[in-house]
Ligand binder design. Structure first.
Ligand code: ARG
Length: 265
């Protein structure tokens, strides 16, 4: 099943502030390398048959490349983002405008939430992260808007500050995750909901291996996550390794660069 993704070319990418433990402004990042790596991700999606739409990057928003944070789109309905840090604040309206201009029904959110960074959609439920960025009240707001049960999960390790750094859907029914990123109660919820989940190691998580994008067959994943790729193969998936090391300097990987536009075709 081909997917439709929204991406944002990292033309203004930089590490200028630190809002997560991966970011070191004094060390900076190489924008040209980031652009090259991002182009590689985009063409990987296209070669797998997925459709990629683009939003214009905005000067002064160095993290706008992380499109996943721009919204949550379910059944063609767009729940907008409201960012936790002022540095990224203007991204919310910019992404919402992209959808509104194309005729999507949109909801401007009342509560702080960072889009698909903290909301991951399965067939019957939406998994939602809280603890660092998204306010748990936004989980209710999203549930009212998308009409699917939203399950709240608490993140406890600041390196894995968004749900999509700790867990990814393998398909509409199963997930892969790094248990230690979650509170004890949330680990029990995950174990109950997904007895067949693929569990990742600390080494996989530390290279943002959980920030992956699966179409149910192929899993686009940071190449450094070696153990996880072996495990995915063993479980019948085809890992498609990509190199996004420069974007990781801002705390992002393949999923962060990718907003799925669900259910508009
Ligand atoms: N520097 C960005 C931030 O801290 C990275 C966002 C990564 N996006 C994601 N979906 N995890 O907000």
């Amino acid at each position: 099943m081909p997917k439709h993704f929204l991406m944002c070319r990292p033309e203004h990418f930089a590490v200028e502030y630190a809002i997560n433990p991966w970011m070191h402004p004094e060390a900076g990042a190489d924008r040209d390398v980031a652009i090259r790596q991002w182009e590689g991700l985009k063409s990987t999606y296209e070669s797998l048959g997925h459709q990629v739409s683009l939003i214009d990057p905005v000067e002064g928003l160095p993290d706008m490349v992380f499109a996943a944070n721009g919204a949550l789109v379910v059944d063609g309905r767009v729940y907008g983002a409201r960012f936790a840090f002022p540095e990224r604040g203007p991204e919310g309206p910019a992404y919402l405008r992209w959808f509104a201009e194309r005729g999507y029904p949109v909801l401007e959110p009342e509560h702080v939430n960072e889009g698909e960074g903290d909301f991951l959609t399965l067939d019957e439920v939406v998994l939602a992260g809280t603890g660092f960025r998204t306010n748990v009240v936004a989980h209710l707001e999203a549930q009212e808007f998308v009409g699917r049960p939203v399950v709240s999960l608490t993140l406890v390790d600041p390196r894995f500050y968004h749900l999509d750094t700790a867990l990814f859907p393998l398909d509409g029914r199963n997930v892969c995750y790094y248990p230690d990123a979650f509170s004890e109660g949330s680990r029990r919820v995950l174990a109950r909901m997904f007895p067949d989940a693929v569990l990742a190691s600390a080494a996989d998580a530390e290279v943002l291996g959980l920030n992956a994008v699966s179409d149910g067959t192929h899993v686009v994943i940071n190449y450094e996550a070696a153990d996880l790729q072996l495990e995915l193969k063993r479980r019948g998936y085809e890992p498609i390794p990509v190199d996004l090391s420069e974007l990781r300097k801002a705390g992002g990987g393949p999923k962060c660069c990718t907003l799925e536009i669900r259910g508009d075709n």
